[in-house]
Write a protein that binds this ligand. Structure first.
Ligand code: ADP
Length: 411
């Protein structure tokens, strides 16, 4: 009898990109990683790295669509002896952004699942179509292989109605499926569990505030391993100040821009999602550049940073209140993992809530989860690198593996 397959290919299909990783779930190691960018343009780029040989290959030139992109990825994998036809491949795990209220768990994809992801397009018009294209293309390449959808929203489906509902007439809310779904759930799940492990506790024993600060950013309150509140809502626009999204604002700003500013709904949508946040405030959405400008005395960059921090602080305070008892605050994603000044400023002045950062520990750069609070503080403050691909692979393998499947080192 041939041994059970142990490899999982993780696909994250965006509107014009596909990110992928091939993992071996016996030890959660990466075999290959890569990215196809600018799909549909003349200047598409595929960058592929085989971890075993350390080889990185880059191909430039037009890649017309997701089908062509996935075929190119499959060819690169084949060149490294890791092709999609390999009997060692157990499944393909797909990141799917919006799973609505229906998908609370990772799910093996069949026609009914595809139809439901499609039905959710009106609440995720940018993401779900790209995710669907990725799934359909992968199915065409390996029709016999289990394909699993891992939803960004799933971790947040445990939110109580009091946190998930907006204060609007349920007739409208229910008809148009308006509620707070939350996103980045795979990251919040992974980081909240990894934080518990860092504290030497089980997820059930701890209450954690997770701050996922990337280009998109969201906070969540996790009680005993279950999400009880999160900052993103019906769409990823709500909540924290982000790279290009405004986050929270008075909804009447939209009426005002339409009635007084004469802007169309599409123009307002673009303004708030693509031209706001740090970028809208100061013209840069990269925290490194903003810090550099602040060091040079740039006022616009300073104000953008201060608004970003003010909002972050409000959410930390709010989630302390939501949780009652907080054991840890965990910073993650590009900004959270790398920007010591953001961590320092977000926690400054919160000693009354039991929160503090040790400047020396905060300045350490490392890839490992680590504590940055001084010994003896009531609430641990931690930096916990996220790994959404590993989490997707782990959840996928747990679903389709042999039953004796190792659940990776992140459960
Ligand atoms: P996403 O997955 O949302 O695109 P990431 O989690 O990769 O984003 O975060 C990207 C952001 O992280 C960048 O826009 C930048 O602001 C920030 N970032 C990355 N590296 C650093 C660094 N060394 N110092 C400060 N900020 C950083």
């Amino acid at each position: 009898m041939s041994p059970s397959p142990t490899r999982v290919l993780v696909l994250n299909s965006g509107s014009s990109s596909v990110k992928y990783q091939l993992l071996d779930m016996r030890d959660s190691s990466r075999l290959a990683v890569g990215l196809v960018e600018r799909i549909g343009e003349q200047t598409s780029r595929l960058r592929h790295t085989c971890l075993d040989s350390g080889d990185t290959r880059e191909a430039l030139g037009p890649i017309a669509d997701h089908e062509a992109a996935l075929k190119a990825v499959a060819e690169e994998l084949t060149r490294d002896g890791l092709g999609l036809d390999s009997p060692e491949l157990a499944a393909i795990g797909h990141r799917v952004v919006h799973g609505g209220m229906f998908f609370t768990e990772p799910t093996v994809i069949d026609d009914a699942v595809l139809a439901e992801i499609e039905r959710l397009i009106p609440v995720a018009p940018l993401h779900n179509p790209a995710n669907l294209t990725g799934i359909r293309t992968a199915q065409a390449l390996r029709p016999d292989l289990p394909q699993v959808a891992v939803f960004d929203t799933a971790f947040h489906t445990t939110m109580p109605e009091s946190a998930a509902r907006y204060a609007i007439d349920p007739k409208f809310a229910d008809r148009y499926r308006i509620r707070r779904y939350g996103f980045h759930g795979t990251s919040h799940a992974y980081v909240s569990r990894a934080t518990a492990r860092l504290l030497g506790r089980t997820p059930e024993e701890v209450n954690v505030i997770v701050l996922h600060l990337g280009n998109g950013a969201s906070a969540s309150a996790v009680r005993g391993g279950r999400c009880v509140d999160t900052s993103m809502g019906l769409t990823p626009l709500e909540g924290l100040v982000m790279g290009t999204r405004s986050g929270d604002l008075d909804p009447a700003v939209i009426f005002h821009l339409a009635r007084v500013g004469g802007m169309s709904m599409d123009e307002i949508d673009t303004l708030l999602n693509k031209r706001s946040g740090l970028f809208g405030l100061c013209g840069d959405n990269d925290m490194r550049e903003i810090r550099r400008r602040i060091d040079e005395g740039d006022e616009a960059a300073r104000l953008a940073f201060d608004i970003y921090i003010h909002r972050l602080k409000k959410y930390i305070g709010a989630y302390c209140a939501v949780l009652g008892r907080v054991d840890a605050v965990a910073f993650t994603a590009g900004v959270g993992e790398n920007a010591a000044p953001v961590r320092e400023a977000a926690v400054a002045g919160l000693e009354g809530l039991g929160l503090a950062v040790d400047p020396e520990l905060n300045a350490v750069r490392a890839d490992e989860p680590r504590l940055i609070s001084p010994a003896g503080t009531r609430v641990a403050v931690a930096v916990v690198p996220t790994d959404e691909e590993l989490e997707i692979a782990t959840q996928t393998y747990a679903l389709v593996g042999t039953g004796s499947a190792p659940v990776g080192n992140n459960s």
